[in-house]
Design a protein around this ligand. Sequence first.
Ligand SMILES: Cc1cc2nc3c(=O)[nH]c(=O)nc-3n(C[C@H](O)[C@H](O)[C@H](O)COP(=O)(O)OP(=O)(O)OC[C@H]3O[C@@H](n4cnc5c(N)ncnc54)[C@H](O)[C@@H]3O)c2cc1C
Length: 809
Amino acid sequence: MLGEGARTAADADNYFKAYADAIAAVGKFQAAGKFPRPSGISVKLSALHARYEMAQRERVMKEMVPRLVALCEQAARHDIPLTIDAEEADRLQLSLEVATALLDTASIDGWNGLGFAVQAYQKRAPVVIDFITELARAKNRRLMVRLVKGAYWDTEIKRAQERGWDDFPVFTRKAGTDVSYLACVKRMLGASEWIDPVFGTHNAMTAAHILELTREPGRIEFQRLHGMGEELHQLIRKEGFGTGVYAPVGNHEVLLSYLVRRILENGANSSFVHRLYDRSIPIEELTADPVAEMEAYAQKSHPLIRRAPQLYEPQRKNSQGLDLADPFVTGPLLNEIEEFAKLPAAYVPAASAADLKDMFGAAQRNFTSWTRVPVDIRAKYLERLADLIEKHRSELMSLLIHEAKRSIPDALSEVREAADNCRYYAMRAREDFRIYDLPGPTGERNQIRLVGRGVFACISPWNFPLAIFLGQVAAALVAGNTVIAKPAPQTPLIAWRVKQLIYEAGIPGDAFHLAPGGPEVGQQLIELPGLAGVVFTGSFATARKINLTLAQKDGPIIPFIAETGGQNALIVDSSALPEQVVDDVVLGSFRSAGQRCSALRVLYLPEATADKILTMLIGAMLELRIGDPAKLENDVGPVIDKAAQEKLLLHVERLQSEAKQICAVPLARECDSGTFVAPQAWEIPAIGWLEGEVFGPILHVIRYHPGILNRVIDEINATGFGLTGGAHSRIESTVRHIERDLAVGNFYVNRSLIGAVVGVQPFGGEGLSGTGPKAGGPHYLPRFATERVTSENLTAAGGNASLLIAASK
Ligand SMILES: Cc1cc2nc3c(=O)[nH]c(=O)nc-3n(C[C@H](O)[C@H](O)[C@H](O)COP(=O)(O)OP(=O)(O)OC[C@H]3O[C@@H](n4cnc5c(N)ncnc54)[C@H](O)[C@@H]3O)c2cc1C
């Protein structure tokens, strides 16, 4: 059954019905002799549940398994086999649990029509075959295993890199997959007591290998995708093997993306089908033995496909991610997070005016010694700090979850961002703080270099209390400044712990000072005479106040780096894929309870597809789990505090009287006690109707006619903000048009607006959204420094020695 998988409960219902109808139809045609026997059905589990993912394991087992059982019962009645398709690597564990549950179900006990697809490109494939064999043996049931190489290999590679996993779940050489396939074939043939083997391949070489390995053709079936491998199957049938066709079913809309996918897959240079029709490839090459090929490689993994840890080498180490779909990872992680949460919290007193004065005195006195520490050593301190951040990951995650109310995945990505910030700025500092020679007349040496400015004030927000806090501090320190950092009053504990790690990394105590406290402390800090610069992330209103204060101070005019809010809009056109739009809207608007400055605030939908997308969006929103962020199954936690909640609820009151509600996710009882705000979407007349940034899980939707795209862009630009923006479209010219005209710092195409990665998507806005330069980008550090040029007359000693030597050669 073609399609993108269920996003909503209604999608899952529809897929369930489609599968049930298909089973009835296949059963009927088979019984009437119109279909060959046996004709079966393949089921994609992600179609039967909107949240078919490990984090939602309990729901899946409770809600999805009974439906699957119902389909199996129906298939058993019609005497047709049912196979569970293989999907993404991070769903494998869950699929095996579902398989186990099916085999424990009394109503289908004794039915031998159940089958599982196994992907040979996954490194776990042989173990999966063993697991299924053991399962069959334990339950005394025959099971069908359909061995395929695996679709969406490219997606698995990208995902593993993005998530920072140590290794790929799939092989990186084509021959690796081919060898794995053959190893699995052997295992399956060796388990013939329990396994009915089916081989899904269009590769004649792979098929020939199987033919060589088997003695009992009658027990083995080959399968191909409809429209492919027909000639191969003719030959295979002659050898006495059974053959079958896997035929996708769906309407033209879903069929198109499937066909594009097939073309991409078969068009790949590594694809057997592609090579078969390439006359320039000799038959010997086409029939090369993959085992010999793998043996010949000194390096078994593909040298051009980098594992996540090496992604940025040799410049810097990548931060380490975790597979949150792996219970062997999440089990210990959750335990540690809980243990840390039990420790008594430190009391972090606010800095007094006298404290600030003392800190400033110490920071200023020690500026010279710190700024003279060679840049390479300063960079090494940051790298050590990054290692410490990762070493204390569980503790920091625990603080982020309990103090800043981050969800578990958000907390993990924030720890990664903090470590990335340190390593990236270390790398940039070595580059930026070199002494550069400048061209000029002979007899002169002209050089430019960057040096630290003095005491920098770093003022950070609660919404990224680790990554932004540390990003500012790391940049200021490595640029040779001493620092007084003021964290947000909501998140002093995280800052306190980071301070200890900064010192543990070797950075001298007098180079870094922590000044906890609220706005008053911030105001006193920026008023300190002699301050050399201020870096701030927070609201535009506060940034403006800081700017005015600095402008009125005596003394030099100092740099002010401000990162402020946004009115971030996403423009969708009618060519966009609704499922992708909905995934990215839900992620961009509601992840971190909408409390990211990059979060999606205003969604522009084309009139033609707005209703369809909104229906899907409502369904997807209703699938969100809201509750205690310390639980892996919860997607959205509370907002930061009562004040934030009240402000958002006031905005909701205005929406209630002036806008049209699309959806508000009902909150469970457990949310009564926290500062929760329901994720919600409202249709508003125009972006100008909004009075400012709404910092929470509230999405605003505007319908537009494609004829007024320019006006839409003008309206967004007219807000004056320019932080993030995006386009969802499959039309290149539309994307380029919006990219050119939308004045935003970070523009995202066919993806969500959040999750900028340090050094990969340098982050920051323009206009009301910030002064620049972008954090995590190549121009950030110079703003923390001042430039000095030395011009030296080399002839002063009596003559131009180098010119005389050069000219005499
Ligand atoms: C009956 C049937 C059912 C199917 N069901 C599923 C299913 O449930 N789940 C699923 O995922 N797919 C499924 N498929 C699709 C299947 O995965 C692809 O058709 C298959 O990968 C193509 O393999 P091949 O042997 O025909 O071609 P080949 O050209 O020999 O192999 C292509 C495969 O090699 C792998 N590959 C390519 N480059 C590399 C590389 N550098 N490193 C490692 N591996 C590489 C890729 O997986 C690619 O698909 C099914 C196919 C059939 C015929």
